[in-house]
Write a protein that binds this ligand. Structure first.
Ligand code: PLP
Length: 365
């Protein structure tokens, strides 16, 4: 049996007719960017996460960049960010001219809240949190620290659509929740798009202006904005997918549950969930000492896996000028040597899940 990391076609086929109808409706409307579908999606998504405002954008990276910028964070400012994250989180800080201050992860792969206070200096303006792999970071502790030091909080929710901590949706704890709707995300479009949710009306207004050349009134350019508008056809697709998001997340949780119960191999460390957390398993990430050997073993058995992420941002070539070296963030570096993301996707069959479990259990290191 051949198991791909993700078969995007399957989640399309799960609700194919609805997507096709949505596409035809959007095409026939005669309006293609920032229209009725977009407005409806913004309302529905704000409603879904239980937040006041949603501003649709062109990507998750734009959501992060424009949030940092709209909060007035830039040159000379420092932003606390997990060392264990995707490069996009860090790019949003450096593109705005601010400096990332990396903090090591906890056992759940998210920023270790106990280490944040030590990283705060007089220039620190914000904490950028990432809810990695679909699990909300320790927001209770993080919001307490943010209040104590009067720091802004930006949440990178690119992997956590619908994830909750003590019944509160990811993206609604801080000043801004930044979402990506890249096709492989839990709420994925059929192209690029993203959004920011916020309870702050001024912030929403500013991001809304920034996404459209910095104008609130057409051709009256208040800010040096960008073009980060959502396509109507993507908004139409997202409305369909959002209506099924809870089922789609339930399916991911089911697969994760099968793995957690079925994989019994002392060489494989399974993911843990924080108490009070509702994990949506954007990724199912295991750890093993001889990771590359295990990855090859799976490959030989026709199971595709991937590493999220092989090079931590502080060691990325583009950040050489920040002056970090190997050994500066040993927990992050150790994770990146041992982690492996297993196949988990909507439309995965029971047979496929069973096969992955069986191959994992037969692995001898
Ligand atoms: C996908 C992702 C992003 C970027 O989203 P795009 O829509 O691809 O720009 C940012 N942060 C994290 C953690 C991601 O997984």
């Amino acid at each position: 049996m051949k198991i791909d990391l993700n078969v995007l076609k399957r989640q399309f086929e799960l609700h194919q007719k609805e997507y096709e109808d949505a596409a035809i409706k959007a095409l026939r409307s005669g309006w293609y960017i920032l229209g009725r579908e977009d407005e409806a999606f913004e309302k529905e998504f704000a409603n879904y996460v239980n937040q006041k405002h949603c501003v649709s954008l062109n990507s998750g990276l734009d959501a992060l960049i424009l949030s940092v910028r709209a909060l007035g964070i830039g040159k000379g400012d420092k932003v606390i960010v997990p060392a264990n994250t995707y490069i996009a989180t860090v790019l949003a800080i450096t593109i705005n001219g601010a400096t990332p201050i990396f903090v090591e992860p906890d056992e759940f792969y998210n920023i270790n809240a106990d280490l944040i206070e030590n990283a705060i200096t007089k220039d620190t303006k914000a904490i950028m949190v990432v809810h990695l792999y679909g699990q909300v970071a320790n927001m209770k502790a993080i919001m307490q620290i943010a209040r104590k030091y009067n720091l802004r909080v930006i949440e990178d929710c690119a992997q956590s659509h619908g994830a909750k901590f003590e019944d509160q949706m990811s993206g609604t704890f801080g000043d801004a929740g930044c979402f990506s709707f890249y096709p492989t995300k839990n709420l994925g479009a059929f192209g690029d798009s993203g959004a920011v949710v916020t309870g702050n009306e001024e912030l929403a207004k500013k991001i809304r202006a920034l996404r459209n050349y910095g104008s609130e009134i057409k051709y009256h350019n208040k800010f040096e904005g960008v073009n980060s508008r959502m396509d109507e056809i993507q908004a139409a697709f997202l409305r369909v997918k959002l209506s099924h998001l809870d089922e789609l997340n339930a399916e991911r949780k089911h697969i994760a549950g099968r793995y957690l119960n079925g994989i019994k191999n002392p060489a494989i460390i399974l993911p843990k969930t924080m108490k009070g957390s509702d994990h949506v398993y954007h990724q199912f990430v295991i750890r093993t000492k001889k990771r590359d050997e295990f990855k090859n073993y799976l490959e030989k058995n026709d199971i595709k896996t991937i590493i999220h992420y092989p090079i931590p941002p502080h060691l990325a070539e583009c950040y050489k000028h920040l002056g970090y070296k190997k050994g500066d963030f040993p927990i992050t570096e150790n994770y990146s040597d041992e982690i492996l993301s297993m196949p988990i996707f909507n439309g995965m069959t029971d047979e496929e899940i069973n096969y992955v479990i069986e191959v994992c259990n037969n692995y001898q290191n």
